[in-house]
Design a protein around this ligand. Structure first.
Ligand SMILES: [Zn+2]
Length: 634
């Protein structure tokens, strides 16, 4: 064989290999390689034989076609990237790609989900999916199964559209649990079901079972953002897009300016003004091999043990499953195949799961520490035994963190509870150096250092003390707000009604505070005796209320932001004076008189986005707080 012939054989083998993986992926849902490896095979074929007709067809599943149709505008495939910012040598990241086509930092991009289904278009009564070359497959006979989801429209397919045929995740869960294939089995996942149904020559059986497909308009969900903002907004965008009820395998990013985009033209295979960011760069499938329930101060959190996977250079073995309700909703069991994602600064989490061959329930009923029956509280699993060692350890650790003894970590507190029979924060403050010396690992110097840091922590503020009492929903921020208005002593005698009148205290929180003072005030009294407390109410740090002024056009009414500001302890004012603490503007570069004046007075200026972000940070420790709508939009 000469070189040319060898190359031909290689190409044929490669095509054969890709076809095999296509079958594994689409038909029997048992892929042997990752999406990334699959795409590498395609790239190799493209290198060896750029004109291979097979390349045109590889990205769609086979459909049962009524025949070929020629569309005016061919459906095209997109270039892909697996990397957001940093990319290995020879590969291009999304940001790099964008930086090369922008005309300025202000260039606007549209960011849309990349649906994991079959791309299709509908016009003049004909529904078509992408075939080879310029010809498409006519699948008009599938219309009775299809519901269109478009901007402001949901219903029968009745208008021209380009989009993707998919099965919504919620439909799959509800409708497809009862729909049977002709062999009596069920579809394994939405992608598999779409491919299966679109491949049927006769859909009567599906119609009889009320199967439903969705054609989602590509333009229905679209976020627009300037180039310079992409990096800052990426994590949040990713989160938002992933929470949509559609199967997706990535995100499409394209230039918003269509004319400019078209003027860039196409490479041999892809338009230059668009790219797909594939999730497979940040996601991996793996097996769930166990679930551990880890103790927190209020509940037990399920943590998934997985067969280790490497994503973005980091090996992941444990993934949080958040809470009991999440495990139930996703029906996660040991043995399942889970898709783990690690992207941006979000902690690794499971985005989807498929039933494994052998499954084992992972929900527990008895406390792993004290073996008493666990109690369900809304979404969480709790141990309510007051003598539960692990729960008490976590509660004590939370108290220690809030009061601010930084040197005291879990291993030492565990020993203190075991050996010194320490139970409460007060017990810790009463420890002596000889006590600490009884703990394994402590010598004169380390014991005296720990003793000193405990003594230092005795001088503290009343709000840190209140936050350390483990009253449900009270963190440092809410404690501070309460003690700004009342002293600890005054707080003890407030009625539920009076408590509810305080900003940031909802009905749930006021009941917890009231009950605490009624039932457990001796815990507080004991600590007040030991500690050297600074009173928050009337202190110089907080007595001057910060003022805030808004300027410029904003998405919501002015009163909305003022209410938001007041809930955060600001006083909203309408004019700029030298007493103003903060100016929030829709445009920092604006020449408005308020902005100019604030600049000349040296007043802090934040953009609306920056300010809203700062609120989110402030509220991070108030997750459990019942805000009663004080923070709409969060
Ligand atoms: Zn327990």
């Amino acid at each position: 064989m000469n070189n040319e012939e060898i190359k031909k054989v290689n190409i044929q083998e490669l095509v054969f290999e890709i076809e095999r993986h296509n079958r594994l992926y689409w038909k029997i849902n048992k892929p042997e390689i990752s999406d990334e490896e699959y795409d590498a095979l395609i790239e190799k074929l493209r290198e060896l034989d750029p004109e291979n007709p097979f390349l045109e067809a590889v990205e769609s599943s086979e459909v049962a076609s009524l025949g070929k149709v020629v569309l005016n505008k061919p459906m095209i495939s997109l270039d892909k990237t697996y990397f957001f910012k940093e990319a290995p040598k020879g590969k291009k990241s999304l940001l790099k790609w964008a930086s090369e086509i922008i005309r300025s930092e202000e260039e606007i991009f549209l960011i849309q989900p990349k649906y994991d289904g079959i791309s299709a278009s509908y016009s003049n009564g004909i529904l078509a999916t992408r075939g080879q070359g310029t010809e498409d497959e006519n699948v008009t006979d599938k219309i009775p199964l299809i519901e269109l989801e478009s901007k402001k429209y949901k219903g029968p397919l009745d208008r021209p559209v380009r989009g993707e045929i998919i099965i919504r995740n919620d439909d799959f869960k509800i409708i497809y649990s009862r729909i049977k294939k002709s062999d009596g089995s069920c579809y394994k996942n939405p992608r598999n079901a779409v491919a299966g149904i679109m491949g049927l020559k006769d859909i009567r059986q599906m119609l009889a079972q009320k199967a439903k497909l969705t054609l989602i308009d590509y333009d229905m969900i679209s976020y627009s953002t300037a180039y310079k903002e992409i990096e800052r907004k990426w994590t949040e965008l990713l989160k938002e897009i992933e929470s949509l009820p559609y199967p997706m395998d990535g995100i499409v990013i394209k230039l918003a300016d269509k004319n400019y985009s078209e003027s860039l033209g196409e490479t041999a295979h892809h338009p230059r003004g668009q790219i797909a960011f594939k999730f497979s760069g940040v996601r991996k499938k793996t097996k769930l091999i166990g679930v551990e329930w880890s103790f927190g101060k209020n509940c037990l959190t399920p943590v998934a043990k997985i067969e280790p996977v490497e994503i973005g250079g980091v090996t992941i073995c444990n993934v949080t499953l958040h809470n009991l309700a999440n495990v139930e909703e996703k029906d996660i069991q040991i043995g399942d195949i889970v898709t783990v994602e690690r992207a941006g600064d979000v902690i690794p989490h499971i985005v989807e799961s498929e039933d494994g061959e052998e499954r084992r329930n992972c929900i527990i009923f008895d406390c792993p520490s004290c073996h008493s029956k666990l109690y369900r509280n809304d979404k969480e699993l709790q141990c309510i035994n007051p003598n539960c060692f692990e729960t008490n350890l976590q509660r004590l650790l939370a108290s220690i963190r809030n009061i601010g003894i930084e040197e005291l970590g879990e291993p030492t507190v565990r020993k203190m509870m075991n050996i010194l029979k320490v139970k409460t924060l007060a017990d810790i403050f009463r420890l002596t150096v000889p006590d600490i010396l009884k703990l394994e690992g402590f010598k004169e110097k380390s014991a005296s250092n720990l003793f000193k840091s405990i003594q230092v922590a005795k001088k503290t503020t009343d709000y840190k003390l209140l936050a350390s009492l483990n009253i449900n929903g009270i963190g440092q921020t809410s404690a501070k707000a309460l003690l700004n208005k009342y002293t600890l002593d005054e707080l003890k005698y407030l009625t539920i009604e009076q408590l509810q009148e305080i900003k940031q205290v909802g009905p749930t929180l006021s009941v917890s505070i009231y009950n605490f003072f009624k039932e457990k005030s001796e815990v507080l009294n004991e600590l007040v005796q030991i500690l050297n407390l600074l009173q928050t109410k009337g202190s110089s740090e907080t007595s001057e209320q910060k003022t805030i002024c808004f300027t410029g056009e904003m998405p919501e009414k002015r009163s909305y932001y003022e209410k938001l500001a007041e809930a955060q302890g600001f006083k909203a004012v309408s004019s700029v004076t030298k007493q103003l603490s903060l100016l929030v503007t829709s445009d920092k570069d604006s020449n408005s008189s308020k902005t100019q004046k604030s600049k000349s007075l040296g007043i802090e200026i934040l953009s609306l986005e920056e300010w809203l972000d700062s609120l989110k940070e402030n509220n991070a420790d108030k997750e459990n707080l019942d805000n009663d709508g004080l923070l709409p939009g969060f």
